[in-house]
Design a protein around this ligand. Structure first.
Ligand SMILES: Cc1ncc(COP(=O)(O)O)c(C=O)c1O
Length: 503
């Protein structure tokens, strides 16, 4: 009997097909989790982009292109990949290039040969914590960066920093009363991961009037009041340099935060993915500050648990799509660390080409290597370009009426406050309320509809009640979009000034 006949006999005729699962039948934590960076405004932008693509000459919009300023995705916005990275990666993907004539520099071939010799094919699973060769390299990088030893056994290579966050939050979410201190505003990966693990976000405000610094007294107070409410704080999350704020913490702030973690026995999650994006001065890591504190007062600080994260997605590297990252764990008890190792093992290993990206990011060509000059000129140009774009956008916001903006010190973002005068505020408020929106949503939607610029309303990151912000990257090239933004802002303010309140 053929298969078709069998199916006819036993399947098609003997049951009434059931409905697919509804949204109520699935894990409600996945339904609850929100991620504004790819949320409602970017979804509208995608629709408009599609419209432009389908009817390039007849779309009826006042612009021909969407400017994706909603996400720190450098290569989507024309940042060129560094030649050195891509040449080594090409050989790792296709080792035959080592035997074929090509004009790759010798140090590129040498590096690829070394990786292939020590790691093997990047098409094979690696050790779950990451290839030992790459982990040793990361430990050496950290040792050199901070002047304090780092150990390859403490390094976990991850598929971007996001995977590290996911492991840490899974690990620390003991039950629904587990709480996580997160900065407000924050990068929504944290609130989303907390929601997925059915634990509690406990926001601490960054001080906008003081370069987005932290307030240790407020954090200590939160620890006390939340304990009374039965919430068991497990970790303090710090993003430095800050997303979405662009702020950089002072050493004094960092010392205070480490002391809080030492006193309360909570994990310090230091998200340092923007460590290459510091405009003035050198980046200062939490690992370095903690090591200095331990040296001075070992008894007080020896048990501080620090998880610090880095990524190949940002900085001058900007290789978000390669999914490279690492996490260094310090001070965790061995059996707790074993559980993180188990989580990594369940995922088998992080993307091995991403692990190689980490190696190339932290161990670039040295002076005298054939690739050195090109590498330096390309990285300098990206760095200078970013700094210039940040300044240009910052200056534009300074000129806009009813906008308060802090000069970005690092990262890839500006988070200006929309500080409308009462006469405009009240009209905007009722306009927003009538549509079930907030004032910053209305601004971002109108900005998108008039200019094609897609940014994210501050409410997606958290903000003090009654304040409204927006977050934009300064990655899009050129200045024309900034001019358009200024014009839009001017007409937006005038429109609401002139409007009568019968909305
Ligand atoms: C503060 C912060 N942490 C983590 C990430 C995650 O980056 P990735 O997973 O690409 O390393 C991002 C991405 O934008 C970020 O801004």
């Amino acid at each position: 009997m053929s298969n078709t006949l069998l199916l006819n006999k036993y399947s098609y005729s003997t049951f009434k097909p059931a409905e697919p699962l509804t949204i109520h039948d699935i894990n409600q934590q996945t339904v609850e989790a929100k991620y504004a960076v790819r949320g409602k405004i970017p979804i509208i932008a995608e629709g408009l982009q599609e419209l432009i693509k389908m009817s390039p000459t007849n779309h009826g919009l006042p612009f021909n292109k969407i400017i994706n300023a909603n996400i720190g995705n450098p290569q989507q916005l024309d940042q060129k990949p560094l030649t050195w990275y891509r040449q080594v990666l090409s050989i790792l993907q296709y080792p035959e290039l080592l035997n074929e004539p090509n004009n790759f520099p010798n140090d590129v071939k040498e590096r690829a040969r070394n990786i292939l010799k020590n790691v093997g094919s990047i098409g094979a699973y690696s050790h779950s914590q990451g290839a030992p060769y790459f982990r040793s390299s990361v430990a050496e990088f950290i040792t050199k960066r901070d002047g304090f030893p780092s150990n390859a056994q403490d390094i976990f290579l991850t598929s971007g920093a996001s995977t590290a966050v996911s492991y840490l939050l899974q690990l620390l979410s003991q039950d629904e009363n587990s709480g996580f201190l997160i900065p407000i505003p924050q990068y929504p990966l944290y609130t989303a991961s907390i929601a997925l693990n059915d634990s509690k976000p406990v926001g601490y405000y960054l001080d906008e009037s003081n370069k987005w610094s932290t307030n240790p007294n407020e954090i200590r107070q939160l620890l006390k009041t939340k304990a009374k409410e039965g919430i068991n704080i497990k970790a303090l999350v710090v993003i430095n340099p800050g997303n979405p704020t662009g702020g950089v913490l002072t050493r004094k702030d960092m010392v205070e935060l480490i002391s809080i973690c030492a006193e309360y026995g909570i994990v310090l999650i230091a998200d340092e993915v923007y460590q290459e994006n510091v405009f003035d001065g050198a980046f200062l890591s939490f690992k370095k500050v903690l090591s200095e504190m331990k040296k001075e007062s070992p008894e007080l600080y020896k048990d501080v648990q620090l998880a610090s994260l880095h990524s190949t997605s940002k900085g001058v590297t900007g290789e978000c799509g390669q999914r490279g990252g690492y996490m260094e764990l310090v001070g965790f008890k061995p059996d707790v660390r074993e559980i993180i190792f188990k989580l990594a093992s369940i995922n088998l290993c992080s993307v091995v080409s991403g692990q190689a990206m980490v190696e190339l990011m932290i161990n670039p060509p040295k002076k005298g290597d054939e690739s050195y000059d090109t590498y330096i000129s390309e990285t300098n140009s990206i760095h200078d370009d970013l700094k210039e774009r940040a300044e240009h956008l910052y200056n534009a916001f300074l000129e806009m009426e009813d906008v308060f903006v802090d000069k970005p010190q690092g990262a890839m973002y500006i988070f200006p406050k929309l500080d409308f005068k009462p006469e405009i505020y009240h009209k905007l408020f009722s306009r927003a309320k009538n549509s079930g929106l907030q004032i910053d949503d209305v601004y971002c939607i109108e900005l998108l509809e008039h200019t094609g610029i897609c940014c994210v309303p501050g409410n997606g990151f958290g903000q003090r009640p009654g304040t409204y912000h927006l977050r934009t990257t300064f990655l899009p090239p050129g200045k024309e979009w900034i001019v358009r933004w200024k014009e839009f802002h001017h007409s937006f303010v005038n429109k609401y000034k002139d409007m009568t309140l019968s909305l």
